[in-house]
Design a protein. Structure first.
Length: 469
């Protein structure tokens, strides 16, 4: 195949031109000092791809199928107009604040380092499923049977999160966006009141808004969402649902206190509303004795649990899931025909990762590195910023909530950092009258990258402050 690739490159580079005559296979083999059968096979492959043509009794000639295609049917190569001439629906609610990153160093709002668990190691599980007879039983499955993965996942969750679930209470969904979109279609009608924390993640807000919800914000303090505020400002039957991350609030990283958990669960019963508990950060918790979830306190009567599996793996091997009553999940599964049917091969591969025990090995390795980097990140913040910032080290999550005591425009900091080759995404910036803060993800950076990123950020900060003086 090396001969084939080099030949094609020579044609594309015009080293070999269209209609150049090739010597015979024997002479080519002698020149390259390879077996003639190798050259014959390579020439056959080139002819199949259209890079050579053989005229019986005359010879073999170079052809360039790409150049030929470019000169044929010029009208077919025209692109559409730059703007549509017809009306279509536009929705500003779906505009995302995420930005492209072209710099060597960047912060995120909190993502793992996908280099830790090698993708090549994960691919062997996927390849193993493909090599089985009938693709591991996929050929006979016409209804998208995911029972194997759901069995393995329920066993894993029962072991690691102290649940008591069978597969019937699980709906695996690839991507939190799909999971939230399905829940919004199942639960929200236009005009329904949905409560979220005062500072919160844009994605669920965007999806619930698009579904027609009236979004209301609830204050957050050191104990998490203020449940008394809900009780004092809303009446029974007025609220449709509350969306909350009780373990590691976004962006502040605070957790909901045990007293407020119990109060929220009790209030949900009295006020007749649903709680969607986003616990997708569970796998990034370094607590040895993890606190109970809202779902565990309520046994799932009022709480729908949204979780993540393999969040520290390559994105293609991650999975989200919903835990809820089976009748709700059966209805939700219908939307998978719209949002994309399950990748059964991937789900079987993920099931094998659990069944063979590798997931525990990957988890231990990931947690060890996260713990080391979390400690180092705190040290670097203290070294480079000294007493100019305030932060706490949260036991869960992949980000620090960093607050500045004095006001300065964060957009100026963002611009100054960019000049130095450091990207500070807009999703990391939080500013209002009494708040100037950054949510800084650390886990995607190795120690050297982390040191450079924090140093560049501090240099940008001191320059912005000096310019204001």
């Amino acid at each position: 195949m090396q001969f084939v690739y080099q030949f094609i490159h020579a044609v594309k580079s015009n080293i070999l031109e269209n209609n150049d005559r090739l010597p015979g296979s024997r002479k080519i083999a002698e020149e390259l000092q390879v077996h003639r059968k190798t050259i014959v096979a390579a020439l056959w492959e080139l002819q199949e791809q259209g890079w050579i043509k053989t005229i019986p009794g005359i010879g073999t000639f170079v052809t360039n199928p790409e150049a030929l295609a470019a000169t044929q049917n010029v009208r077919a190569a025209k692109h559409p107009p730059l703007q549509a001439i017809y009306d279509f629906r536009k929705d500003f609610i779906l505009d995302t604040p995420l930005e492209n990153n072209l710099e060597a160093y960047s912060f995120t709002a909190g993502t793992p380092d996908y280099r830790v668990i090698k993708a090549e190691e994960l691919v062997r599980f996927y390849a193993s499923v493909l090599k089985r007879k009938n693709g591991g039983g996929l050929a006979s499955s016409t209804h998208g049977d995911t029972s194997y993965f759901r069995d393995q996942l329920s066993n894993y969750l029962n072991l690691t999160r102290k649940f008591h679930l069978s597969r019937n209470f699980l709906l695996p969904i690839a991507g939190i966006e799909r999971a939230l979109s399905i829940l919004s279609r199942l639960l929200i009608n236009p005009g329904d009141i949905v409560l979220v924390e005062e500072l919160s993640y844009f994605l669920p807000n965007m999806i619930f808004n698009q579904a027609g919800a009236k979004m209301k914000t609830i204050p957050v303090d050191a104990e998490g969402m203020d449940i008394d505020y809900i009780q004092n400002n809303y009446k029974p039957g007025e609220i449709r649902l509350v969306y909350i991350n009780s373990r590691c609030q976004y962006p502040t990283t605070v957790s909901l206190s045990e007293a407020r958990k119990k109060k929220l669960v009790a209030l949900a019963e009295r006020y007749n509303f649903i709680v969607i508990e986003d616990d997708t950060d569970f796998e990034f918790s370094l607590d040895k004795h993890k606190k109970e979830s809202l779902f565990s306190l309520n046994a799932g009567h009022r709480v729908i649990y949204l979780g993540g599996f393999g969040s520290f793996l390559h994105p293609g091997f991650q999975m989200n899931f919903i835990i809820a009553p089976p009748d709700l999940l059966r209805e939700g599964a219908k939307y998978l025909n719209v949002f994309g049917k399950p990748d059964l091969i991937m789900e079987k591969a993920l099931g094998d990762i659990i069944h063979q025990g590798d997931i525990h090995r990957y988890q231990r390795k990931s947690k060890k590195i996260i713990a080391e980097r979390k400690e180092l990140f705190a040290q670097l913040l203290n070294r480079y910023f000294k007493h100019r910032i305030a932060f706490t080290i949260a036991p869960t999550g992949l980000a620090f909530w960093v607050q500045f005591p004095d006001f300065f425009p964060l957009k100026d900091l963002q611009r100054e950092a960019r000049k130095k080759g450091l990207v500070l995404p807009s999703v990391c910036l939080y500013q209002k009258r009494n708040l100037t803060a950054l949510r800084l993800g650390f886990a995607h950076l190795n120690p050297q990258e982390m040191d450079t990123a924090v140093r560049l950020l501090s240099e940008a900060y001191y320059e912005v402050v000096a310019n204001m003086a």
